[in-house]
Design a protein around this ligand. Structure first.
Ligand code: SF4
Length: 207
């Protein structure tokens, strides 16, 4: 029996290609919860709440997509943990594989099958979730050894995209973004435990 519905603040739901990390290139349904407990200066996430939906409504809405791979993202999904947990239960009952993208400031993995943690320590975010499938860092020349004191199956470094306006506005600054790519590639070559994650969806021009 499916769980009782519990409303979630949702910014958007769409079907696209997972562009980052281990599952890059995978057809995926994105469910973006509204809001975050951090405020990173490079954040390009739209936080406007567009809908308040019960988990069952979300599951019914995505049923027509020819895809059974879901990405719960935000914002930070764990700030709406009860609703997302109920959603994960429903999706599992319907045969979906559920992945979670979190900043790791909560130990809660919402019952997801695969968890990607992206700690944001530069914004004083406390990092408590240190064991999961995937660690993904936006590379800012951090001391990588600090992050290796953890238990992840995969470690990814991702270059920053530099925009011509703050908060993800304007256009890509091609030269400065290229410099970030080069810097991150060099870091990966110097620290082979880490792999490079490029935001493939942006290169493809999809969401
Ligand atoms: S943790 Fe992620 S979603 Fe939250 S403010 Fe930082 S970049 Fe944006």
């Amino acid at each position: 029996m499916e769980n009782q519905p519990r409303p979630l603040n949702i910014t958007e739901i769409f079907h696209s290609i997972q562009g980052e990390g281990f599952h890059a290139g995978t057809s995926a349904i994105f469910i973006r919860g509204t809001g975050c407990n951090l405020a990173c200066d490079f954040c390009d996430t739209d936080f406007s709440p567009r809908e308040r939906l019960a988990p069952l409504e979300i599951a019914d809405r995505i049923a027509s997509f020819p895809c059974r791979f879901v990405v719960l993202t935000g914002g930070e999904p764990t700030i709406q943990a009860p609703g997302f947990r109920a959603l994960v239960d429903i999706l599992h009952a319907r045969g979906y594989y559920v992945t979670l993208e979190t900043n790791g400031s909560s130990p809660d993995t919402l019952g997801a099958d695969w968890v990607t943690v992206s700690p944001k320590l530069s914004q004083k975010g406390k990092w408590v979730l240190k064991r999961a499938q995937e660690l993904k860092l936006v590379y800012e020349s951090q001391e990588l050894g600090f992050y290796e004191d953890s238990e992840f199956d995969h470690y990814f470094l991702q270059p920053k995209e530099i925009r011509t306006a703050p908060w993800g506005g304007g256009e890509r600054d091609v030269a400065r973004t290229r410099a970030e790519w080069d810097k991150t590639a060099k870091a990966v070559m110097a620290h082979p435990r880490w792999k490079l994650s490029i935001q493939l969806h942006k290169e493809l021009g999809v969401r």
